[in-house]
Design a binder for this molecule. Structure first.
Ligand code: SF4
Length: 347
């Protein structure tokens, strides 16, 4: 009986140079095994313009597919094995509501530069582009927050308040310089608040997967593994980051694990991020250093992409029956502006 893996291998062979499969680090190993390119959000976005294949199959969540479609060449098709795989955090800052809040914040003539984490919808990125703002990733949030602060009277960082606070701390911004907005369905819930004059305004969103880590888990890990190193992703709450030895983007966590395995064999590393990545790093460095998750943290949306769905997508492409991801043409130009501002500022 033909396995899914061999069916996918046969389809890849059939499609040849017409196909490129991209996969995010949070995908499970069975999917990652078929990917031509893997990376975090920034690495994957950077690779898209260099891809020549007619079909890009993106194993990740919806906003990543949208970004790939935005950066793809004319005529290139981007496919998602499961279009229902949607990052929960990206849905926390609807474009219409963000526009309303920006209208309210700028009504007095104050120049507010929006800075959107890449984990947002194309529609939100378009609003950000229109308002002179840019996108950032966890890998370049510091550079991009500095960029935004230099360009206006204030910055609206959205949607991840934890990444915003962790990045602000790195830049030396005091808690009194920041304010987490209260937002209702109509816009600002407290439009008269004096706190709105602060330099950094944070949208009240977060990643439910990373936000579930606690300082108590860090303390328990230190007690259970004396001398261990603990790292975490900056989508974790600031209290967790303070308790860790280091924090950084997914690519930082990967490099940090490799460095430890080489320089300190026999040591224990605990990582606070999505568990598929932690398990892959544990297997990669097995025998040199022990790598454990800080706690249970699987992204249910990343998990919606399976080998079965990947196989079905490739099969549909081979039959000429695949439905590529469609992006609204009117959103592309302003959304592309917000992405290219990031790529230029970080070149
Ligand atoms: S881990 Fe969090 S930020 Fe990443 S895709 Fe899942 S919900 Fe979104």
């Amino acid at each position: 009986m033909r396995t899914l893996a061999s069916a996918i291998a046969a389809l890849k062979k059939e499609l040849g140079r017409d196909l490129c499969i991209m996969g995010h680090h949070y995908q499970n190993d069975r999917v990652v095994a078929h990917c031509d390119i893997t990376g975090d959000s920034l690495e994957l976005a950077r690779q898209v313009p260099g891809i020549e294949a007619a079909h890009i199959v993106f194993c990740g969540v919806y906003f990543m597919g949208e970004s790939a479609a935005l950066l793809a060449k004319p005529g290139q098709a981007v496919h998602l094995p499961d279009p229902a795989a949607d990052c929960m955090m990206s849905l926390m800052s609807p474009a219409g509501l963000a526009r309303r809040v920006l209208e309210q914040l700028t009504a007095t003539g104050r120049r507010i530069v929006p800075l959107a984490y890449v984990n947002t919808t194309l529609a939100l990125k378009a609003v950000v582009g229109e308002y002179g703002g840019a996108v950032c990733t966890s890998a370049n949030a510091e550079t991009m927050l500095r960029w935004a602060l230099e360009r206006g009277d204030g910055v609206l960082f959205l949607p991840d308040k934890h990444l915003g606070r962790n990045t602000a701390e790195k830049l030396g911004l005091a808690p009194e310089d920041q304010h987490i907005l209260k937002v209702s369905g109509q816009g600002l819930a407290e439009p008269e608040s004096a706190f709105l004059g602060r330099p950094l305004l944070l949208w009240p969103g977060c990643c439910a997967i990373h936000a579930r880590f606690t300082p108590a888990q860090v303390a328990d890990a230190r007690a259970a593994h004396p001398g261990c190193r603990i790292t975490a992703h900056p989508e974790c709450r600031p209290e967790v980051i303070h308790a860790c030895d280091a924090a950084g983007s997914t690519s930082f966590l990967i490099k940090d694990a490799a460095r430890l395995a080489e320089k300190a064999p026999g040591s224990t590393l605990i990582i606070g991020t999505e568990n598929n990545l932690v398990a892959r790093l544990a297997a990669r460095h097995a025998g040199r250093c022990r790598i454990l998750p800080l706690g249970r943290a699987f992204c249910p949306d990343m998990a919606k992409v399976t080998e079965e769905k990947l196989s079905a997508t490739l099969s549909a492409i081979a039959r000429g029956q695949a439905a590529p991801l469609q992006v609204e043409a009117a959103l592309c130009e302003p959304a592309r502006l917000s992405l290219t501002r990031m790529l230029e500022a970080c070149a």
